[in-house]
Design a protein. Structure first.
Length: 136
């Protein structure tokens, strides 16, 4: 699963997921899966969607993952009283704003890409849409 190799700090503030997204254009592949809503994608969700796409296109074409889980989420163990500091890192998430391209694909037909992205979208907790690279 995806996570940073090393970080400057072990734990992060909760923060807010507001503002506009960077990476709103399909830049590597021909087709893309773009976020419509905002939310957090865990490393497990990103990997599950990637596996669903890869298996559907039967290892033809190429897939790019445009999001990276770089924010640690902490949690305390069950049945532990409050206080005594912040919990340990449980998992990593990528914060996603509307318009962010999550995955890109190349080397497959549009119908196959649509089906693969549809399977991937079912694994994700946010609404997404299928986009095609704009030709200039």
């Amino acid at each position: 699963m995806l996570q940073p190799k090393r970080t400057k700090f072990r734990k992060a503030f909760k923060g807010r997921n507001r503002g506009l997204a960077n990476g709103t254009e399909v830049s590597f592949g021909e087709f893309g899966l773009k976020a419509v809503g905002r939310g957090r994608l865990t490393a497990r969700q990103i990997e599950a969607a990637r596996r669903a796409m890869t298996r559907h296109i039967k290892r033809q074409g190429q897939i790019w993952i445009r999001v990276f889980p770089d924010k640690p989420i902490t949690s305390k163990p069950l049945e532990v009283r409050q206080g005594k500091g912040k919990g340990s890192v449980a998992y990593w998430v990528a914060q996603v704003q509307p318009g962010k391209v999550l995955y890109e694909m190349n080397g497959v037909s549009e119908s196959l890409a649509r089906e693969a992205f549809n399977l991937a979208a079912r694994k994700l907790p946010i609404k997404t849409t299928f986009v095609i690279k704009a030709v200039m």
